[in-house]
Design a protein around this ligand. Sequence first.
Ligand code: PEP
Ligand code: MN
Length: 359
Amino acid sequence: MSLDITPIDKWGIETNGVPLGIMGPCSAESEEQMLTTAKQLLHKNVHVFRAGVWKPRTRPNSFEGVGEIGLKWLSEVKAKTGLLVATEVASAEHVRLALKYDIDVMWIGARTSVNPFAVQEIADALYGRDIIVLVKNPINPDLELWIGALERLNQAGIKKLGAIHRGFSTYEKSKFRNAPKWQIPIELKRRHPELPVICDPSHIGGSRDLIYDISQISLNLEMDGLMIESHFDPDIALSDAKQQITPETVKKITEELHLRNHQLKDSGQLKELKNLRNQIDELDQQLISVFSQRMDIVADIGLLKKEGNVAVLQADRWDEIVNDRVSSGIDNGLSITFTKKIFEAIHQESINKQNKIIE
Ligand code: PEP
Ligand code: MN
């Protein structure tokens, strides 16, 4: 199903060709915090001021947001700075209040987009409104669920619709707070090229020093905007203090980012690109043919295992393959993770094939 989307340059936000910038504190904390931060954020790369007023927290008894009064502060920010304003909504009641205070952009948080009941309730409350709605990816890496939430809003007539990539929760520890798993937003863009996708490096990185690099990767992937958490004094922030940056740092980072063109312009470079892509196509064909030959041999081994009534998984042989391929990958300039991933996928497919033969 394709989505009926108003292109981002027709959302009525003047960005003058730079990526859409949605910046502001994780949470609204006080009138002064909001106005001070917003005034310091006034800059060509900031177009929308964000602040959460209802905060979904992992554990109870921590700061859960200021509630309705925060919406009043958002409308003051709008009146005093001319910035559009955005907040997170998680229920029909939140939508009702956000509409009452004339909030321009509503986003659905990662803990809400996992829940189709909640998303439908929000979509029904927004039915037919001409408003900008952004849907954060669900916390678990489930593209269908993300698309499903976008479809629910689109079916309620929301056309100024976009997605926010904020990374995915994983059990394994890594340098990220939420693993970016870039292949998921890339697949979203492949399936819905009409849909604007905004990157939230603050929740992906979880720390100030990662914001620049994550933002640059998102621009390299042609994402349409950035949502960055900013507080006039990040160290005293009541939520997500470690990942918030000052308005001055927002300015510095967004000015240093390299914007990418959609296509090469120079005809010599275009020719060279075409030539290189032809080589890639050719090599990919060879890969497919080698995979297929390998699978035929896997099938023969499956028959032997069936005859001999032996187990499909031979752990020692698998261990030998992993070590051997990884070290040969290293010799050929390939990363350990890449080589391991490829061979794990091949091995899994081989096991599936042999299981079918043995059954
Ligand atoms: C937020 O933007 O402050 C927030 C709570 O984000 P997420 O839903 O991505 O965790
Ligand atoms: Mn936050």
